[in-house]
Design a protein around this ligand. Sequence first.
Ligand code: ADE
Ligand code: ZN
Length: 340
Amino acid sequence: MTEMRRFIERMPKAELHVHVEGTLEPELKFDLARRNGIELPYRSVDEMRAAYDFDDLPSFLKMYYEGMGVLETEQDFRDLTTAYLTRAHAQNVIYAEIFFDPQAHTVRGIAYDTVIRGIRAAQEDAEEKLGIRSQLIMCFLRDMSAESAMATLEQSLPYRDWIVGVGLDSDEKGNPPVKFREVFARARDEGFGLTMHCDVDQENSTTHIRQTIRDIGVDRIDHGVNALEDKALCDEIVQRGLALTVCPISNRCITGSLKALEVRRMLEMGMRATVNSDDPAYFLGYINENLVATQEAAGLTREQVVRLAVNAFEASWLPQDEKQALRGRLERYVVSQAIA
Ligand code: ADE
Ligand code: ZN
């Protein structure tokens, strides 16, 4: 193993862009299907993995929504989240902000309460047993109506303390940020952090990124790589100090390119880029694989790798004191490696 790889793997990290439903590994999918008496259209884990053959966002989303059909009970959501947090902990993730898609479950007749209680129980358990801290971000499905998103926001209010922010995901085509202007204004009033997906190489991408900043007032941008096509937009992102949660292996699965050089350019321009895993069970890479692939493809220096990690802690939605404490763990690691 190269020294750089070992440095990345042992580094204390924060992950800011991971969909809990996208961490559902084939083995667990089979276990849950068996437990819930659901028949899957695959005979084996290998056959299921072989079907993960995406070339764009819709072809990925089809598998993603189909896959989560095995999640039915509170225990299922708990097992799913425990599996992710255990794997993240093994990769030295010390803090994660985890997306979940409640509408993808409520439309199937699963109660909101079932979903969030299962996830929350796993978070509490993992924090106590493994010491990994995490917070939840509720995403609205942008291919559903703004009214449905607003109803979901209202459903979330009894659990306000369990959710740190709201996001927007699913199929971007024809579903611009401004479609959800009122929902995000209400979320802002309720005190949620705001973020939105601006997926890679989507139609009208720079227009959408501008809308997230100017019309929605996001605190962060998920993906957002296409901002690089527009210098004025990059300048605005730098000036506002907005972080971008880039997911290189996801980019490779969906667009054919890791966009690793784009990550380097962002860093060189002073944009607060971070590297994350998105849907690791589908794209076959957790945070370490994403960081290693990006470092190797773009020839990132150790300082640039550390900058990516520092950016993630800084852009997190933790209280200032906790943010400082976790960042301190990263800084002590970097110093210890410089001496070694
Ligand atoms: N839902 C899960 N992963 C997603 C992604 N990368 N883009 C949009 N919606 C998603
Ligand atoms: Zn995503």
